[in-house]
Write a protein of this length. Structure first.
Length: 244
């Protein structure tokens, strides 16, 4: 297993470096939210902690989306029949090949979670009234883990092109339903722009993200393990769809 992990790290070292640079670029903007509490911001003093919390949530969301997008490149690096059959020929090769990639992707997501929480902690040291955004970050981490648990078996079984198309199709359906609702659904609950932001800030302040995120993570971990088992089962089928 360690050999497969080492191979994945060596093969994707440039991607790892790029991801770290992107994460550093995204998260260096988080401390700027600490200095938006003046009168020119247009927000009440009581709303500033919630605004900063929302800012951290946005930065965490961007970080997880970027890492999630790059993570699929880790899965695609061995999409060659010769490497697939080579893994099959080794003792326990399929299990090690698939499991190493799952560990690698989970490791990158965990690293992202740690960086986002670390930035929040540093900002808390700089300005004591900075709200903790760990619950929001934990929720996003669990959601991204669930998304990968759904996506990776599709890529393993059908290849990156078809797997990406399946994921794109599902996202297109979700966006289509959302747009239809915006066009024809009841939007009275949104109200005016001012009342919407008041409701949004109240929701962030009242919602227990830590409890929700922990519960979601407890569901995401076994789902991720089940996804790995499924990928092992369909790996041989996926080899036939690989390029030569």
């Amino acid at each position: 297993m360690l050999g497969f992990l080492y191979k994945d790290i060596r093969t994707n070292r440039n991607w790892i470096l790029l991801i770290l640079l992107v994460l550093a670029f995204l998260n260096m903007f988080a401390p700027t939210a600490l200095f938006l509490g003046d009168s020119s911001s247009g927000l009440k003093t009581s709303e500033m902690p919630l605004f900063i919390n929302g800012f951290f949530a946005a930065m965490s969301l961007c970080s997880f989306l970027v890492v999630g997008a790059f993570a699929m490149n880790f899965v695609q690096t061995d999409e060659r029949k010769k490497w697939g059959y080579y893994a099959v020929s080794l003792p326990g090769g399929i299990v090690k090949q698939v499991t190493s990639k799952y560990i690698f992707v989970a490791g990158m997501l965990t690293l992202t979670f740690g960086i986002c929480c670390g930035v929040n902690a540093v900002c808390g040291l700089i300005k004591s009234e900075t709200p903790a955004a760990y619950g929001v970050t934990l929720t996003l981490f669990a959601i991204e883990l669930i998304m990968k648990a759904v996506e990776m078996p599709c890529i393993t079984a059908f290849g990156s092109k078809i797997g990406t198309q399946v994921k794109g199709g599902l996202m297109a359906v979700i966006v289509f339903v959302f747009v239809i609702y915006l066009l024809f659904g009841d939007l009275s609950w949104i109200g005016s722009e001012e009342s919407f932001w008041e409701s949004f800030f109240k929701f962030i302040g009242d919602f227990r993200f830590s409890t929700f995120g922990l519960g979601l993570l407890l569901a995401a971990v076994p789902l991720y393990v089940l996804s790995c088992v499924i990928s092992v089962k369909v790996y041989l089928r996926g080899i036939e769809r690989m390029e030569k």
